[in-house]
Ligand binder design. Structure first.
Ligand SMILES: Nc1ncnc2c1ncn2[C@@H]1O[C@H](COP(=O)(O)OP(=O)(O)O)[C@@H](O)[C@H]1O
Ligand SMILES: [Mg+2]
Ligand SMILES: [Zn+2]
Length: 292
């Protein structure tokens, strides 16, 4: 294509090779050809660099996609911001009983696949401030990290969101609402028993737990009720079934930690945490059926 205007015999020291250099004219410039071996090596090197760049791009894209999925799982879990920072590691153990609660919950997270086979969950009861929500969310955070989907709700929100579906202009149907509770890998229901005695709580809890059981979906129930009260509430039979499947009733019978939180450097408070979920939460948007 380009006219060779002259040639010259050359020797490449590197390759100990005699070769013929061709001079061609291109626009106003004169171009010299390279030693064929040098050319081959340079092209191979460039190709290798392109491959590395390509792999690097692909790796970055995969990391970004993974992170996006993680953010999405965090966001759709509806775990309150404060509790996104709660883990097994920042749960302080001062008594044997606390140590056992930590171990039970840690084991639940570690062997979650086994609980998914039976559908057995945990019931965590005790006075406010003893760390029930902390440890339940520690489980949730660990599982989300591993790729599981989690949903955190209080009973009263569950009731409210389901009632809202009865309105004619409701965005979701009751069935969609129930499905969203059924279809996560782990469901955490907080503040069970507060509206105990009301038909809606009992009826709804029963229905949701049935739905979860039908797909072997483990559920964690959190409650301020006493052992006797929770037995009376969910029934001995339900507790037996829970144990048979490997589930446990965990009793938090120690004092509240609330007064210590502010002094505990490992426990960030709500306004100092989590830029993660803001991105996927747009104003005026309710991205998930159970969302606020
Ligand atoms: N043993 C503990 N170690 C560290 N923080 C704790 C402990 N127990 C409770 N907390 C913290 O105290 C606060 C109240 O605990 P929370 O889990 O909300 O109690 P509960 O759900 O039992 O009412 C939370 O900020 C929680 O992280
Ligand atoms: Mg709580
Ligand atoms: Zn050469």
């Amino acid at each position: 294509m380009f006219e060779v205007i002259k040639t010259e015999d050359r020797h490449c020291e590197k390759h100990d090779l005699d070769w013929v250099c061709e001079f061609t004219k291109f626009a106003s410039r004169t171009l010299e050809s390279e030693c064929p071996k040098c050319l081959e090596e340079r092209e191979a090197e460039e190709e290798r660099k392109r491959q590395i760049e390509f792999e690097e791009e692909r790796r970055k894209a995969a990391v970004a996609a993974k992170r996006k999925q993680l953010e999405q799982r965090i966001s759709s879990s509806l775990i309150p911001d404060k509790y996104l920072t709660r883990s097994f590691d920042n749960y302080r153990v001062e008594t044997d009983a606390q140590g056992r609660a930590l171990e039970t919950t840690r084991r639940f997270a570690e062997h979650f696949d086994q609980f998914q086979r039976t559908g057995a969950g945990l019931i965590m009861i005790g006075r406010p401030g003893t760390g029930k929500t902390h440890l339940a969310c520690a489980i949730a955070n660990a599982l989300i990290e591993k790729g599981a989907t989690v949903l955190f709700v209080t009973v009263s929100k569950m009731i409210r969101r389901i009632r809202e579906t009865y309105r004619r202009d409701s965005e979701y149907t009751e069935q969609q609402m129930i499905d969203s509770l059924r279809d996560v890998d782990l469901l955490i229901i907080d503040e069970v028993g507060i509206q105990r005695g009301t038909e809606s709580e009992e009826h709804l809890l029963f229905e949701v737990l049935n739905e979860r059981n039908s797909v072997f979906g483990p559920t964690i129930i959190l409650s301020n009720l006493t052992v006797e009260e929770i037995k009376a509430y969910v029934g001995e039979r339900a507790l037996d079934r829970l144990r048979e499947g490997g589930g446990k009733l965990v009793v938090f019978d120690w004092g509240s930690y609330r007064g210590n939180v502010a002094d505990d450097a490992d426990l960030p408070c709500a306004d100092s945490v989590v830029p993660l979920r803001t991105e996927s939460r747009l104003p005026h948007q309710r991205p998930f059926p159970m969302g606020d």
